[in-house]
Design a protein around this ligand. Structure first.
Ligand code: ADP
Length: 495
């Protein structure tokens, strides 16, 4: 961009807030500098005028002193004429020397050639007076010529009068110039005041203009930016600030808009990924849960094939397990949605016994000794299908932990308004470091595990407003207990 290029400078001016601020503050600074220069100049004039006034006053005093001594010189002359002898001459001569010195001092106190001419005039009058006295009057007195002395006295008196007139002229000149200097001093004061006031007014106007421009171009836009950023921050990723400005704030607004676009894209991707992940989670859960009934069904089919005949009980179990499998699919789908429980009186003991029996058909845990310790009915207020899921999951985990030839003991009993199911095994027990994680979805230490069994148990127990706990078992492995509302109390707690 060339310096003479007007459009270029305008573009830079509009595109840079910093340039606008620098130019505005520069203008303010310039005003202050101009005010200082004007004031300094005025103070210089005032100082000069003040010095002039002082010099005129010094000259006035010197002129007054010379005039006084001239009078004294004349008084001594008059004294000599009165006593009419030379006894007073020594005093007279002392005064003459001082009077001459006073005129020299007056000359030094004055500067212009006109003043010097007047001082010369004074000296001439004084010298003429002295000469007349010394050279003519004193000899006339010594001769005793009174008539001549009286005539010469008149001449001397005239030179004294002329001296006084010249002193008055000198005074008039000095007074006029002192008055001029004083007037100049006052003018300089008012010039300084005017300059200071003018600069102050200009600074005020400039400040107001700057404040207006800043408010319009910066503060208002910052407010738009803040509002936009707040909307985007609150989650409205479709919002765009669209600030029509070519400066830094415009750049910032465009950066915000780009960020909002990127965030919206990322959110879309995240939602898609989450949807896929939860679909995967549900699918894995379904596969895991279907594994148990399918294992039982397969076990019974093998049994029937070995026997070579149809057995009504075995077919009943196959039917039940197939129903469980279909219910499990529904349950897993339910898990993805909010749970709705079909609550009823359920015998937890019976469910436990049936589940143990079915587990015995699962091939991979067939060497494990699974015992139900208690036999009395224990009634819970629960959703039967969900409860079966809970019991089956806990038994399968315990049997897998105890495999290939360990022991599992399960019991149920009622305590006050709660029923409790306990499953013990003599496996390796829960790893201490991972005890908190075992109910997290997908946590597993098994090569074939999906890590969903205990997370489903946790969800179902929570839905029944029950409790779930993990401990070390007296058998040496893990103990898992579940407490659920018993029949009487559960109506109030769950309905
Ligand atoms: P999965 O059985 O598919 O691994 P679970 O959610 O049922 O998923 O179990 C999660 C983890 O908890 C298991 O991988 C295992 O490490 C641990 N676990 C569960 N039950 C027991 C148990 N009875 N003894 C020892 N560890 C267990």
């Amino acid at each position: 961009m060339r310096v003479g290029d007007d459009a270029g400078w305008t573009a830079v001016w509009h595109s840079r807030i910093g340039l606008r601020l620098a130019a505005s503050f520069g203008a303010l600074l310039l005003l202050v500098v101009v005010a200082l220069i004007l004031c300094a100049h005025a103070f210089q004039s005032i100082g000069r005028a003040e010095r002039e006034v002082q010099a005129f006053e010094r000259a006035r005093h010197a002129a007054d002193r010379a005039s006084l001594l001239m009078r004294e010189q004349y008084i001594h002359q008059a004294h000599t004429l009165i006593v009419f002898d030379d006894t007073h001459l020594d005093h007279y001569r002392d005064v003459v020397a001082v009077a001459s010195q006073a005129i020299d001092e007056l000359r030094a106190a004055l500067a212009t050639p006109e003043d010097a001419a007047l001082v010369d005039e004074l000296e001439a009058h004084r010298a003429a007076n002295h000469k007349t006295f010394e050279e003519l009057t004193v000899p006339a007195v010594l001769r005793g010529d009174r008539a001549e002395a009286v005539r010469l006295h008149e001449d001397m008196e005239k030179s004294v009068v002329a001296f006084s007139r010249t002193v008055r002229q000198l005074h008039d000149r000095n007074d006029a110039r002192a008055t001029e200097a004083r007037v100049e001093m006052e003018r300089a004061w008012s010039r300084a005041q005017m300059a200071a006031l003018a600069c102050l007014a200009a600074a005020l106007v400039l400040g107001a203009v700057m404040a207006y421009l800043l408010t319009r171009t910066v503060v208002a836009r910052v407010a738009v930016l803040r509002a936009g950023a707040e909307r985007i921050g609150a989650g409205d990723l479709e919002h765009r600030i669209r600030l029509d400005a070519r400066d830094e704030l415009g750049e910032l607004a465009r950066a915000f808009d780009t960020m909002a676009e990127a965030l919206a894209r990322r959110e879309e991707e995240l939602v898609r990924a989450q949807r896929l992940a939860s679909m995967g989670q549900v699918a894995a859960g379904i596969a895991h849960e279907l594994n148990n009934p399918l294992g039982v069904i397969l076990g019974y089919v093998k049994l029937l094939r070995r026997r070579g005949e149809w057995d009504d009980d075995a077919l009943g179990v196959i039917e039940q397990e197939a129903t469980l499998a279909s219910e499990t699919v529904a349950a897993m789908l339910d898990l993805a949605r909010p749970l709705s429980l079909k609550l009823a009186e359920v015998d937890l003991g019976a469910i436990l016994r049936e589940s143990v029996e079915r587990l015995s058909q699962v091939e991979r845990v067939q060497g494990v000794d699974v015992k139900v310790v208690s036999t009395a009915p224990v009634i819970a207020w629960a959703d039967e299908a969900r409860l079966r899921q809970v019991v089956a999951n806990l038994l399968t985990n315990a049997a897998e932990a105890a495999a290939p030839s360990g022991h599992v003991e399960a019991s149920v009993h009622t305590t006050g308004d709660e029923v409790e199911l306990t499953v013990d095994d003599d496996g390796a027990g829960f790893p201490e470091a991972d005890r908190r994680k075992v109910t997290e979805p997908f946590f597993t230490t098994k090569s074939h595990g999906a890590g969903l069994g205990l997370s489903i148990v946790r969800t179902l127990v929570d839905a029944h407003q029950g409790d779930l706990g993990f401990e070390r078992s007296p058998l040496g492995g893990a103990r898992v207990w579940v407490r659920l509302p018993a029949h009487a109390a559960s109506r109030e707690r769950l309905e």
